[in-house]
Structure formats: structure tokens, C-alpha cells
Design a protein around this ligand. Structure first.
Ligand code: ASP
Ligand code: MG
Length: 409
């Protein structure tokens, strides 16, 4: 007997028939003698609609009421799934975040989980009851409803698996695993059997959309065994595991791309101590996340150019903040470009194998793709390129790093 958390995303519970299909999958695990908690998202499209309604009513909405509205999608799906399970003879009940309770901090709209009280749920496991849990939501210190940020039900599932000391956390979705890159743009993308937490974390934060980044960080921290698999076809998925569980390690495991970036260049920034601190301090105060940064050495000792990237959604806010700084800093010009894409190659094998950056840059050069900004970590090399070259770059790199599926396999 094992204890497992199963998580189903929006497309997996997108209509009544799909919810019945989920119930059958849950039944299989119950029939195998397992203790089961099921975490569900709202039906696909629902949360977007709820978010749309809140902004249509009020642009400067009260974040506490926003959470009340957007958390409601999951209330529908937990109730429906509990009914579907009861209908096929499974003892099941629904749980909203506040009922468990799923305690979070008070940062409405992107709350962090503090603690999950699972005693009652575990008592009911012992009586054979399945827990159907609303993802994405919790209860804050002031007893008001909170949500965990878009895509947050992955994090709900992993956190619950950690709290329950579950043997597995199976994330069911509309793809059958994690691929070496986006199969929609590279037909030769391959499914990865096992991937390390660190690689998954990099891929998720560099633009691969399979798992919410926070859920991967949490799985890594608590050693939760995560499996990504399809809710529609019965094939093995991808296991996210510790590095020592991977026998044959590729140097590059996957290639991610993120079109959600924008580039800002400040031309003629005075070259003196404190300037970078002032610029990035002001951006941080305005809650703008900065990703890649390059600063040139100044030729004349007077001024330099500073280039960095921010999320596309933050570009206006960032420009506004920097405009205001211009009085103090007296830089010459601000140039913004949102027609860019970040492409990253990721793999823990890079730690021990030199030459990855060289192969990456040469491959792009052969396709006449200009590199605008570079950044690296121990297990990743990222470049910023013109958005129009995204597909070409990803395909060429996928081939260059030997990731293409064999034509005959
Ligand atoms: N329903 C929420 C969203 O769309 C949470 C999730 O799907 O993970 O963001
Ligand atoms: Mg999701």
C-alpha cells in the first residue's frame, strides 16, 4: 500500500466527461489499495474568465476580494469530482483550502504556504476515504481566502505530498511528460524518462510550462518524487528525481525558450559607484524582476552602457521607473526592445563537461543568428536573440546537442 497525491490540471477536468475519466483513474489507485488525495484545478478557461471579471469591475481591485473570486473555480471541480467518485462507489469528500486548513501568509494573489494540517484527512484515509482537494487556494493569517499565483495547483499538490509524506506525487496533464524541448516547434523532441530537480527547476523557470517553478523548488526541498504524466493516454511519464537516481546522464537535457522577455538598454550611464545599485534598487522597489544583465567596460572612464532584461509584462513599469531616475543619473538614452526571446540549454552534465557554450554559440552563428545578451549558471547557458529566430535556434540547438529522436524509433 502506498500513499499518493494525484493532481489534475484544467484540461483534465475541462468538462463532465473528463471529470468522470479522472474518477476512473482515481478508482484504479484506490482499488490497488492505496491511500489517495486528489488535487484539482479549475476547469480550463475558468480562472482566466474569473480574473477577467475582477479587472472589468475594478482596475485597482482589492486583492482579498480578487482571491475570493478567482479561488471559486476550484470549488466547482472538487465538488463535481467528489460526486463522480461517489457515483462509482468510492468513498470521497471535497476539501476547500480553509477546511483542511491549508495555511498561507497574507500575500493575496501569490501567497506562500506555511503549513498544512493533515490530521483529519489522514484519519479519514484510515477509513478508506479519498480526499478531493481544491488546488491553488489557502487561508491567510486573517482567516481570509488566499490564492497561490497562476498555475499554483501544482504547488498545492507538491506541498500536500510533502505534508502527507506521500510516496508519490503524480501530476496528470495534457502532455505525457517533460520533453527535451517544446514538441510543438520541434517535431523531433523526445520525452525525458528521468530528469533531476535542478534541471526541471531551470527548464520551468526558463520558459517550459509543464510545471509551476515553485512546485519544483518545493519538491526538491522536500524530496517529493514527482511524476508528470498524461490524463488521457496510458504511457509512462517523466520522473523528477535526485541526480543519483539517473544512470546515464546527457550533457544537455533540454532546451527552453521564453518569449516573455523584454530588453532595456541604458546608453551613456555615468560610470561611478552606486549607479547600478540605484537602478536595480528602484526596479526592485517597483517589484520588477530583472533577469539577464550586462554592463560594458567604459572606454573613457566616464560613461558606460547597461543592458538587462525584464518580463514583457513589466516593461512599461520598468521604463516609467527609469524615466524618473533620469534626473539623478543623467544617462543619455533608454532603448527598449520587446521583440526578443531567451533560449536556454540546460543540463547537470555541464558541470563536468566544458565546451557547451562554444557549441551553442557556433550553432547559432552557423544560422546567422545574432546573440544580444548571454547569461550562465552552473547547469545552464541562456542567450537573448531576436524573437523571429526562436524556432530556428531551438531546432538547430536540439540537433547540435544530440537530442533529436531517431527517425525510426
Ligand atoms: N486554476 C488556477 C490557474 O489557472 C490554478 C492552476 O490551474 O494551477 O492558474
Ligand atoms: Mg497548470
Amino acid at each position: 500500500m502506498a500513499r499518493i497525491v494525484m493532481k489534475f490540471g484544467g484540461t483534465s477536468v475541462g468538462d463532465v466527461d473528463r471529470i468522470k475519466n479522472v474518477a476512473q483513474r482515481v478508482k484504479r489507485e484506490v482499488d490497488a489499495g492505496n491511500e489517495v488525495a486528489v488535487v484539482v484545478s479549475a476547469m480550463s478557461g475558468t480562472t482566466n474568465q474569473l480574473v477577467g471579471w475582477t479587472s472589468a469591475i475594478s482596475r485597482l481591485h482589492d486583492a482579498r476580494e480578487y482571491d475570493v473570486v478567482v479561488a471559486s473555480g476550484e470549488q466547482v471541480t472538487v465538488g463535481l469530482l467528489a460526486l463522480a467518485l461517489q457515483d462509482i462507489g468510492i468513498n470521497a469528500r471535497s476539501w476547500l483550502g480553509w477546511q483542511i486548513p491549508f495555511r498561507t501568509d497574507g500575500i493575496h494573489g501569490k501567497a506562500r504556504i506555511d503549513r498544512i494540517e493533515t490530521q483529519e484527512m489522514e484519519r479519514r484515509f484510515a477509513q478508506g476515504q479519498v480526499a478531493v482537494v481544491a488546488g491553488f487556494q489557502g487561508i491567510g493569517p486573517d482567516a481570509r481566502i488566499t490564492t497561490l499565483g497562476r498555475g499554483g495547483s501544482d504547488t498545492s499538490a507538491v506541498a500536500l505530498a510533502a505534508a502527507l509524506k506521500a510516496d508519490r506525487c503524480d501530476i496528470y496533464t495534457d502532455v505525457d511528460g517533460v520533453y527535451t524541448t517544446d514538441p510543438r516547434i520541434v517535431s523531433k523532441a523526445r520525452k525525458i524518462e528521468r530528469i533531476t530537480y535542478e534541471e526541471m527547476l531551470e527548464l520551468a523557470s526558463q520558459g517550459a510550462k509543464v510545471l509551476q517553478t515553485r512546485s519544483v523548488a518545493m519538491a526538491m526541498q522536500h524530496g517529493v518524487r514527482v511524476q508528470v504524466l498524461s490524463s488521457f493516454v496510458d504511457v509512462p511519464g517523466t520522473l523528477v528525481v535526485d541526480e543519483d537516481e539517473i544512470v546515464e546522464q546527457q550533457v544537455v537535457t533540454g532546451i527552453a525558450y521564453s518569449p516573455d522577455e523584454a530588453k532595456i538598454t541604458l546608453v551613456g550611464v555615468p560610470d561611478r559607484p552606486g549607479v547600478a545599485g540605484a537602478i536595480f534598487g528602484s526596479l526592485a522597489d517597483a517589484a520588477v524582476n530583472v533577469d539577464m544583465i550586462v554592463q560594458n567596460v567604459s572606454q573613457d572612464g566616464q560613461t558606460t552602457d547597461l543592458t538587462f532584461t525584464v518580463g514583457k509584462a513589466d516593461l512599461d513599469r520598468a521604463s516609467h521607473v527609469l524615466d524618473k531616475l533620469r534626473n539623478d543619473l543623467a544617462y543619455a538614452e533608454l532603448v527598449a526592445d520587446s521583440n526578443v526571446c531567451k533560449v536556454s540549454v540546460v543540463g547537470v552534465g555541464m558541470r563536468s563537461q566544458p565546451g557547451i557554450a562554444k557549441t551553442m554559440f557556433q550553432t547559432l552563428a552557423e544560422k546567422s543568428i545574432n546573440i544580444q545578451v548571454i547569461s550562465t549558471s552552473e547547469i545552464k547557458v541562456s542567450v537573448l536573440i531576436g524573437a523571429d529566430y526562436t524556432e530556428l535556434a531551438v531546432r538547430a540547438l536540439h540537433t547540435a546537442f544530440g537530442l533529436d529522436a531517431d527517425a525510426d524509433s
